[in-house]
Design a protein around this ligand. Structure first.
Ligand SMILES: C[S@@+](CC[C@H](N)C(=O)[O-])C[C@H]1O[C@@H](n2cnc3c(N)ncnc32)[C@H](O)[C@@H]1O
Length: 439
């Protein structure tokens, strides 16, 4: 611990702009292969707290801020994710307002946006490590986890080996004793970001899959200690180094943007990427963190969370809202999807696609009501395809947006060498930047 304290005080003054830490000193003017995804680009401070494959780049946010007709003073992201828009806004001196429905991701965003006293964080880390060292093994807090989560003699497969589960529980118990809720969140997020690494599974666009060697894979409690300690130290150093961001304020709304967007208050712009209509449910992707960290404790909570997410998936049977009127492309897509219904892997896909554009229109309307005149919405959207029927998302949104009142000012395909994570690695599907301006 002492060495780490030394590191903090030894940060050369030249690394920290006394007035503010600039965007360039955060991104180090790195090269990004495409603005739509961080994949393949140099990793940035904060962005590795939880590796978020579906994130776009801070450079895209900076480009939108520079390229918008109206000066950005307050900027919204209705689909917060890992907080790229909000954090970048803080670096470039714009007040962010972000909505995120997934409580783990909302905590991830807030952990990045708030300000800390790094000496206090170091003290809290010391307290956690001491408590874990003296902890009596207990899995009590995991009593309500789904049955496949923890090793047991009557199961064939499990996500966490028992020694790993004991150690994670010890960390969570220790974190819970911290008096400061901001510190509790910070360390919960550091632990959350390493859960999949110490588990027997990997996560991809299709959900989770057991590692090939999971039966023989052994992670010792000591390895967990090392990982947690290293991650926490690195994160503390990052918040310390970047503590003087131009903007310190933020608004984070934990909830469903389909309702919340219309109440965010006056904004000059919005920069976001919604889930794509590709049946990818973020509740699945972050399910391990949601359960283990205690955001979910009952199956109905899981279902409720799924219902609060955009209609981009068919994981639960839900009443999909009717498709909006005003898009010829959407009408054609729905007709074609209905024609191949029997070939679809879920019969609900046509309703989901209709519901998706209903939801997107709702969010665009909410933003429109809060945008100042000539304010712009910059959205990165992705196409989809079912049984050979393409769903051209940008084209459909470009037809729906004018029915809300927007003028479509730019549509630009991201020609990525590498398909984005949101596209599940399918190279032929387009990812597009669409820019809408309030008339
Ligand atoms: C593509 S990700 C956003 C990634 C983000 N641009 C970034 O760089 O980190 C979409 C996010 O929308 C969230 N989301 C889905 N439905 C939502 C809803 N109804 N309200 C708010 N957020 C929602 C998901 O949980 C997910 O985090």
């Amino acid at each position: 611990m002492r060495n780490f304290m030394d590191n903090l005080t030894k940060i050369p003054a030249g690394n920290v702009d006394v007035l503010h830490v600039s965007f360039d000193s955060w991104t180090r003017k790195r090269e990004v292969p495409t603005l739509g995804t961080n994949t393949g680009a140099e990793k940035l401070p904060f962005q590795e707290w939880h590796h978020f494959k579906e994130a776009f780049t801070p450079e895209l946010v900076a480009k939108a801020a520079n390229g918008s007709k109206r000066e950005l003073l307050r900027c919204a992201d209705p689909f917060g994710g890992s907080g790229t828009t909000a954090l970048t806004c803080q670096f470039i001196g714009v007040e962010p307002v972000t909505i995120e429905v997934n409580p783990y991701l909302a905590d991830l965003i807030e952990a990045k946006l708030c300000t800390y006293d790094s000496d206090d964080l170091v003290r809290s880390l010391g307290q956690i490590l001491k408590m874990v060292h003296f902890a009596k093994p207990s899995l009590k807090r995991f009593a309500t986890l789904p049955p496949t989560f923890i090793e047991s003699h009557n199961k064939e497969r499990w996500i966490f080996n028992k020694p790993v589960a004991y150690q994670i529980a010890a960390y969570l118990d220790a974190i819970d004793t911290l008096p400061d809720s901001i510190h509790r969140r910070f360390f919960r997020i550091q632990l959350g970001g390493m859960l999949v690494n110490v588990s027997n599974v990997v996560i991809n666009g299709k959900g989770r899959r057991y590692r090939r060697n999971w039966v023989s894979r052994f992670i010792s409690p000591h390895e967990i200690d090392t990982l947690f300690c290293e991650r926490s130290q690195k994160a503390i150093l990052e918040v310390h180094t970047h503590r003087f961001r131009k903007e310190q304020k933020y608004t984070l709304i934990r909830g469903d943007c389909r309702q919340a967007t219309a109440d965010i208050g006056l904004i000059d712009g919005a920069i976001f990427s919604p889930p794509y209509p590709n049946s990818f449910d973020y509740t699945d992707v972050y399910n391990i963190e949601l359960w283990v960290l205690g955001y979910l404790s009952r199956a109905p909570d899981n279902r409720m969370l799924r219902e609060s997410t955009l209609c981009s998936h068919v994981q639960i049977k839900r009443a999909f809202p009717p498709p909006p009127k005003g898009s010829k492309h959407l009408a054609i897509v729905l007709k074609r999807l209905n024609g191949v219904r029997n070939d679809l892997w879920s019969p609900w896909i046509p309703e989901m696609v209709g519901g998706y554009f209903h939801d997107m229109k709702l969010v665009l309307e909410g933003l429109y009501s809060q945008l100042a005149s000539e304010g712009e919405a910059w959205a990165v959207v992705g196409d989809s395809q079912y049984a050979g029927v393409p769903v051209p998302t940008a084209e459909i949104l470009a037809e729906l947006a004018p029915t809300v009142g927007y003028k479509v000012v730019n549509i630009e395909a991201f020609r990525s060498m590498r398909a984005s994570a949101q596209q599940g690695g399918q190279e032929e599907l387009d990812e597009t930047l669409i820019v809408l301006r309030k008339r």
